[in-house]
Ligand binder design. Sequence first.
Ligand SMILES: Cc1cc2nc3c(=O)[nH]c(=O)nc-3n(C[C@H](O)[C@H](O)[C@H](O)COP(=O)(O)OP(=O)(O)OC[C@H]3O[C@@H](n4cnc5c(N)ncnc54)[C@H](O)[C@@H]3O)c2cc1C
Length: 306
Amino acid sequence: METVDILIIGQGPAGLSAAIYTARAGMRTRILGCAPKVAGDYDIDNYFGFVDTISGKELIERGCQQAAKFGAQLHCDRVLGIHQDERGFFIAKTEENEIEAHALILATGVSRIRPGIANLADYEGKGVSYCVSCDGFFMRGKPVLVIGEGNFAANQALELLQYTQQVSLCTQGKETSMTQDFLDRLRENNIPVRMQAVQTLEGAPSLERVVFTDGTTLEAQGLFIAMGQASSSDFAYTLGLVRNGQFIETDRDQRTNVPGVFAAGDCVGRFMQISVAVGEGALAGKAAISHVKEARRTLTNSTAKT
Ligand SMILES: Cc1cc2nc3c(=O)[nH]c(=O)nc-3n(C[C@H](O)[C@H](O)[C@H](O)COP(=O)(O)OP(=O)(O)OC[C@H]3O[C@@H](n4cnc5c(N)ncnc54)[C@H](O)[C@@H]3O)c2cc1C
């Protein structure tokens, strides 16, 4: 496992701006995430300093180069899940690696994909969940279904095996985008992968079964939504962050309610613009630097006393 001072999830304007500050301050900084949506062939007309417009692609490329120049390590890798261990470190499991960090900056934008199940909201808290590490325990020995087509869903399904052996996965009608390694692990663990889409949910007072679009049913007392890649909401659930809907609540310095975790940009849900993301990223970077320095001071003092 690699250790860094500050782990930033998101290579958009917020994450890159944060990294410029943290790396420049000498913090070992890792930024995970791939090209954000705005890094396409879009003209950005309203970002300070570019009179003749700049493309989103060029702006993000410049941001990456600037962060790298100060020593930030950029890597196109997706985070599947994060937890905090007993020492207070944040451990991120990615598609390729595991990384531990003293501080975490969430800059993942907004990306939650909804599965399009008509009465999903009626069963939230009654079997429908977005967080295996929060709700998997309540599903001990019960049949559960994970909805999602990628590595995030596969990882959630495998994590559920700690609680129950009756795990299925459904891609909601999409092609699977899992790596062969995840497909192999699902097969080895007898987790069937269905390509059908769930249309509606049934059961009273809580979930008992799902009904697919072809009319067939599957017994499921737990339904875990894990479509696309893990989003800020998913990380918020597992880390216990206070949210406002799908957005993460922060104070004016971009601190969340969990010490050591900061959030910036669209995932905070203020004015969703590049200029705001860049500003919030800078604040989050500054606050994360202070957090790491304070943690080091505490460690040095406690070592000196022993
Ligand atoms: C097409 C388009 C045009 C736009 N035009 C303008 C404009 O002209 N002016 C303007 O000010 N704003 C514009 N915006 C809005 C602007 O792009 C956003 O407000 C800004 O990009 C938000 O930055 P962010 O860093 O918060 O998130 P994003 O830019 O969305 O970046 C999110 C990052 O998180 C990463 N990520 C997400 N989940 C994971 C995971 N599980 N593991 C690892 N990484 C993850 C992604 O790969 C990405 O790198 C536009 C947006 C779009 C989509």
